[in-house]
Design a binder for this molecule. Sequence first.
Ligand code: UT7
Length: 330
Amino acid sequence: MTEMNRRSVLMVGAGSYLPSHVMTNDDLSEFVETDDSWIKQRTGISQRHIVAEGEKTSDLAVNAAQRALENARLSAVDIDIIIIATTTPDDTFPSTASVVQHKLKAYQAFAFDVQAVCAGFVYGLGVGESLIKSGQGRRALIIGAESFTKLLNWKDRTTCVLFGDGAGAVILEASDDAPQDWGVLSTVLHTDGRYRDILYVDGGPSTTGTVGHVKMKGQDVFKHAVEKLSSAMNEVIQKTGHQTDDIDWLIPHQANIRIIDGMQRKLGLPAERVVRCVDKHANTSAASIPLALTEAVSDGRVKAGDLLAFEAIGGGLSWGASLVRFGRPF
Ligand code: UT7
C-alpha cells in the first residue's frame, strides 16, 4: 500500500443556508390547482423556501460555506478545492464555484462545478475525495446549492409543488493518521443516459438558448429511485465490509417521503435512524443531503464517529451512494 492509499478523507464540518421566504402548500394552491392534502399525502412536503429577488445561487452557497467553515473551526484560506454541485448556476459561465471562491476570498483554492442534478452532492463528494486522495489538496469545500425554483413552470402542478431552494456544504480534510474506518469510506456513482427523457429541462445554451423548465414522468422516476438507490446502497455497504445495521443515520436525498420510507424498509433500517426534512425544504436537488445533514448535526442527532449513509438520484438518470464516518477522530 502506498502512502497515498493510506490517506483518509475526513468530513469535518457541515453548514447550510435557506432563503428567508417560505411558500406553503396553501400559498401554492392560490395560483395552481392543487391542495395541501394532495401534496402532503403524495410527497410529504408542507412548505419550501424560495430565493429573494436578486438572490443568487452563489449567495446561498457562500452562506452555507461560511457556516460549514465555522462548524469545522477553519477559515476560507484553509481550503484548497471548491466544488459546487448545482443545476442552477448564476450564469452559464464562469462556474458558480469560481464566483464563490472570489466571494470567500479563497484565492488559493481551485474551483469548479459538477452537474449531476439531484445526485450532485454525492458526485461532488466522490470527486472531492478522489482529488484529496491523489494529493491535489488537503481540504475541499463541497457545496450543493440550488435556486431550483427558477426552473419551474408555476402553471404545471405535476412539478411546481415538488421543489425548493437552498444550499448545504461540507468540508473534507486529509488525514494521514486517522483510524482506518473514519472519513469517506466509499462512494459509488452511476449514470444511465437511456432514461434522459423521464426527467429533464426543455432548454439549454446549445438547444433553445433558454434556461428551460423541468419536465418529469414522476411515476417512472419513482420506480427507478427505490430500485437503483437500494442497489447502490447495498453496493457501497458491501465495498466497505459493513452491515446495514452498522449505519447510524441514513441521510437520503429529500425528494419524496414515500421514496425515503420505501428505501428505509427495503434496507431494513429502523425508521428512527433516517433523517427526514422534505416536509420543510421540499426537493432542493443537490442541496438536499447537506441541508439534512446540517440539521441533524445542529440538533445533536449526528455526532462525531457516527456512520452516515448518503444516497441520491436525479436527472440523467444519475445516482450514487456514500458511506462516511463523520467528524474528526481526535
Ligand atoms: O429528485 C429526484 C426527482 N424526482 C423524484 O424523485 C420524484 C419521483 N416521483 C414522485 O415523487 C411522484 O411520482 C409524484 C409526487 C411526482 C406524483 O405522485 P404520484 O402518486 O405518482 O401521482 P400521479 O403522477 O400518478 O398523479 C395522480 C393524480 C393525477 O390525476 P388523475 O390523472 O389520476 O386524475 C394527477 O393529475 O394526481 C394528479 N396530480 C395532482 N393533484 C393535485 C398531479 N399533481 C398534482 C398536484 N395537486 N400538485
